[in-house]
Design a protein around this ligand. Structure first.
Ligand SMILES: NC(=O)CC[C@H](N)C(=O)O
Length: 205
């Protein structure tokens, strides 16, 4: 903001496993201050949280090992803006199918997500998507052993779908998730959109 003296938003990237560096690079490029989150105490100093892509089962197992599941769940339920890509979307979903037995999520999105819904790693693909919330230019999206949103609950809103209607991006208030990885294709508008939500919340607090 021109003439603004507000400090940059401080964004935590959950740094247990996954493409932490890709998200960090995009966020830093957009002017955010970024810290890696590995401990509960780090949650109290951040204005927003990004959950990277990677392997949701591994991230959940590590989060449990460091005692982060309940603190993350509480922080997100308490209004901490959160943005997850791929495995991050899975971890933000209230419900998952094709998880491993007992797989936990942090929740925040009233959706059911199906893991590995497009097949194996080798079936990964890239495509252009229309995302109205981000303007007219298509988003180039990379789907890497990606989940899909099988059901959008009443509290959540679809942001993007594949041509066959499969929902691949959702938002619910301050929580947003994408099946794909904008952070690996040079796409910055999702992160920008997220930072706008973070800043708007900081201003109204
Ligand atoms: N690229 C990704 O984040 C893949 C997600 C992974 N298949 C999972 O279930 O967690």
């Amino acid at each position: 903001m021109a003439g603004s003296t507000a400090p940059p938003p401080r964004i935590g990237v959950l740094a247990l496993q996954g493409d932490v560096g890709d998200h960090t690079a995009v966020l830093v490029g957009l002017g955010a201050e970024v810290i890696g989150v590995r401990r509960e105490r780090e949650l109290s100093s951040i204005d927003g949280l990004v959950i990277p892509g990677g392997e949701s089962t591994a991230i959940a197992t590590l989060a449990r090992a460091v005692g982060l599941i309940a603190p993350l769940r509480d922080a997100i339920a308490g209004g901490l803006p959160a943005f997850g890509t791929c495995a991050g979307l899975i971890l933000l979903a209230d419900r998952i199918v094709d998880g491993i037995p007992g797989q936990q999520t942090f929740g925040g999105l009233d959706v059911t997500v199906r893991r590995n819904a497009f097949g194996a790693q080798i079936d990964s693909f890239e495509t252009d998507l229309t995302v109205k919330a981000l303007g007219p230019d298509p988003v180039h999206a990379a789907f890497i052993r990606a989940p899909l949103v099988a059901e959008v609950g009443r509290a959540a809103t679809a942001l993007a779908a594949l041509p066959d209607g499969t929902v691949v991006a959702v938002r619910q208030g301050n929580v947003m998730g994408t099946s794909f990885h904008p952070e690996v294709t040079g796409e910055t508008r999702f992160h920008r959109y997220f930072l706008e939500q973070v800043t708007a919340r900081a201003v109204t607090r």
